[in-house]
Write a protein that binds this ligand. Structure first.
Ligand code: SF4
Ligand code: MSK
Length: 651
């Protein structure tokens, strides 16, 4: 079926599986507003050299490109071949992605330190027992000491993880012994968060690391400095400051906007700002200001990962994931989009010009021409948050009621599955989960993570892969934009257990949990690592021996590339739904899809069809079960044809 209809328009139902997005895409057509899908079409055909990863502009002897197939050049001006160029490009992407999440972690750490010193407004230590447990884990004395003293020492210890003075990050001690030993043998134990990223930039400068295998190994180390470093710092400290998530009900899709209220969308990644804005929206003075303008209150909704942070801890509803950031403004009901950083398209200020929506940027490191910039300073967090909410309220009278259209009713979803919450539901230990996996009631677990990408119909990859896995008794753990997709598809309710195979359904029903567990934002993939480590330790095996897998069906970002790399480096095979730009080097592809098996016990696979990806994952999980000596389905019997027959071939 063509992507285009008879009017020459791209058909909305080929661009997204969701009614809210489809309706708004039609509004965009009718009003002549450009969206991400239009810009993708304008870019096509995209550059073949860049798509294969064989173009290089690392110096001004270039830019250079390698012709991987024809009679064109096989080396850049400096002599770099396709292997080196592809590995260098991948390495730089991994460093950019790791840096993004790790710098987010550093921002939280800085505010945490200032909070410990009593110098912020709007922040406090919410989970004191987690603070003390983490401090003790890092060897800090907690007995008889004040909260602020313990927090100050914890901040110092974690700042050391960003530098070059250590030979391993603090959280490496959480890694099962077999895995740590493997990393030591390979020389990829992450030492310092900034160090590994800077070293990658150094190695990929012209004339430094010209061995593609050596480059790829440092790519793994760089990504590990994110997963077991910067991202884990972000998760742990966010929990301490804003609360460790526990199961909570909320709502999702554009239907969470309220026609009679001032609507404010918090977009980006960091909970530092969004959490205090949520508090400010309850300020009686601001609520009464909103009423004076004829609004019936102030409604905060989330977008992307800052939305996930708010939903996980406060149950704040989420309006959508990555590809909804332009479309939400076309409801005509959004007074303000407040952004921090990451995954915020520069185009949002252009779309906002067509409506009364104010885009308010807040991070000095992420400015947007066309936005109103309010420099966020945690020393005056509460005051700045109130100022931001006031700006949104004052935009309400500019709303044109005739343009308001909220296209759907919201869908309920359950969130809040921190590792602590999961273990709590299991009675405090992973043993019941281990037992359910061993008995075969649950075949294994898969982390489905990552973004939306306009190259794939929005949410199709996430929702279909999830459907296939839970039907086959595989527990699905989700974060980031994937979680929002599953929420919209009503896969994240306790009653969604009915969508699962009989074994998973019985476990979910017994615990009153969904078969798809929302574990948080993108940085919270660190929670999945911790859970995998706990399972491996409970069984006394390496992570790579567990019936686990990862998937990023609709990934787009360098952060997602880093996540994939640290998940694989931790021993969990991962299937990507969008092809990474590495296929110009068959040698690099061979390392990533085969060679890594020998060194880290896991590999990447690429499969854009989620039904085929499900088959790959099920075969992988059953092979792991067989190797562990627990009941398994012969992997050879698992095929597309057997996909919907959950009991077929079970031994
Ligand atoms: Fe060309 Fe080498 Fe410079 Fe890259 S580093 S642009 S391949 S000369
Ligand atoms: S927000 S990195 S689009 S998941 Fe974390 Fe979503 Fe991907 Fe950004």
């Amino acid at each position: 079926m063509s992507v285009y209809n008879s009017n020459g328009r791209r058909q909305p139902n080929r661009l997204s599986i969701n009614k809210d997005a489809q309706t708004m895409i039609n509004v965009a057509y009718d009003e002549g507003i450009e969206t991400v899908w239009d810009r993708l079409a304008a870019q096509e055909p995209q550059c073949g050299y860049c798509s294969l990863g064989v173009s290089c502009r690392n110096c001004v002897m270039g830019p250079c490109r390698i012709d991987p197939f024809g009679e064109g050049p096989k080396r850049g001006v400096c002599g770099a071949d396709a292997d080196v160029i592809v590995a260098r490009n991948l390495g730089r992407s991994l460093a950019a992605g790791s840096s993004a999440h790790s710098d987010h972690g550093r921002d939280i750490l800085e505010v945490f330190q200032e909070t410990a010193r009593g110098k912020t407004t709007g922040y406090r230590i919410t989970d004191e027992s987690k603070l003390r447990a983490l401090a003790a884990e890092l060897g800090i004395t907690t007995e008889g000491r004040s909260t602020s003293d313990v927090a100050a020492d914890l901040a110092d210890a974690l700042f050391d993880d960003y530098g070059s003075r250590k030979d391993r990050l603090s959280f490496v001690e959480r890694v099962p012994a077999q895995r740590r030993q493997r990393w030591e043998e390979l020389g990829i134990v992450p030492r310092g968060i900034d160090r590994e990223n800077v070293e990658m930039l150094h190695r990929t400068h012209m004339g430094v690391d010209n061995d593609y295998v050596n480059l790829l190994l440092h790519g793994l180390r760089t990504s590990l400095s994110d997963g077991w470093g910067g991202s884990m710092v972000a998760t742990e400290l966010s929990d301490i400051m804003f609360g460790t998530p526990a199961p909570i009900m909320s709502q999702v899709n554009l239907g969470v906007l309220q026609v009679d209220k001032v609507n404010i969308a918090m977009h980006g990644h960091n909970p530092l700002l969004s959490d205090v804005v949520v508090a400010a929206a309850e300020d009686p003075e601001l609520v009464s200001l909103a009423r004076s303008y004829g609004a019936n209150g102030i409604n905060i909704v989330g977008l992307c990962c800052t939305g996930n942070e708010l939903m996980m801890r406060r149950g704040v509803p989420i309006a959508g994931n990555h590809l909804m950031q332009e479309l939400i403004m076309m409801t005509g009901a959004l007074e303000a989009m407040v952004v921090d950083y990451q995954c915020i398209m520069p185009s949002v200020t252009d779309v906002a010009k067509c409506y009364h929506t104010k885009v308010i940027s807040t991070a000095d490191k992420a400015k947007f021409p066309g936005a109103t910039h309010v420099s966020f300073d945690p020393h005056n967090g509460s005051e700045i948050a109130k100022n931001i909410v006031r700006m949104a309220v004052e935009a309400f009278p500019n709303r044109n009621p005739e343009r308001v259209m909220i296209p759907v009713e919201p869908v309920r979803m359950m969130a809040g599955f921190s590792v602590e919450a999961i273990l709590g539901a299991l009675g405090g230990t992973p043993q019941p989960l281990v037992d359910a996996i061993a008995s075969g009631a649950i075949r294994g677990a898969v982390g489905i993570v990552g973004c939306n990408n306009p190259k794939i119909p929005q949410d199709y990859g996430h929702v279909e892969l999830t459907r296939q896995l839970i039907e086959n008794d595989i527990l699905v753990l989700v974060t980031g934009c994937a979680a929002v997709a599953n929420g919209k598809a009503a896969q994240m309710l306790p009653e969604s257990a009915s969508l699962a195979g009989p074994g998973l359904r019985s476990v979910c029903e017994a615990l009153s949990i969904p078969p798809v567990l929302h574990m948080g934002s993108c940085v919270d993939n660190s929670r999945i690592l911790v859970l995998a480590g706990a399972l491996a330790k409970a069984l006394g095996v390496d992570v790579s021996q567990l019936p686990l897998a990862g998937a990023a069906p609709e990934w787009y970002s360098e952060k997602a590339a880093a996540i994939g790399a640290y998940v694989v480096s931790t021993g969990i095979t991962t299937v990507l739904g969008v092809q990474p730009p590495v296929f110009g080097s068959p040698n690099v592809v061979k390392v990533l899809t085969e060679g890594l098996q020998e060194v880290v016990g896991a590999t990447f696979a690429v499969e854009s069809d989620p039904r085929k990806a499900a088959v790959i994952i099920r075969r992988h999980i059953e092979a792991k079960r067989r190797d562990l000596g627990i009941p398994f389905i012969n992997p050879e019997t698992i095929s597309m044809e057997s996909t919907n027959s959950v009991l077929a071939g079970r031994s």
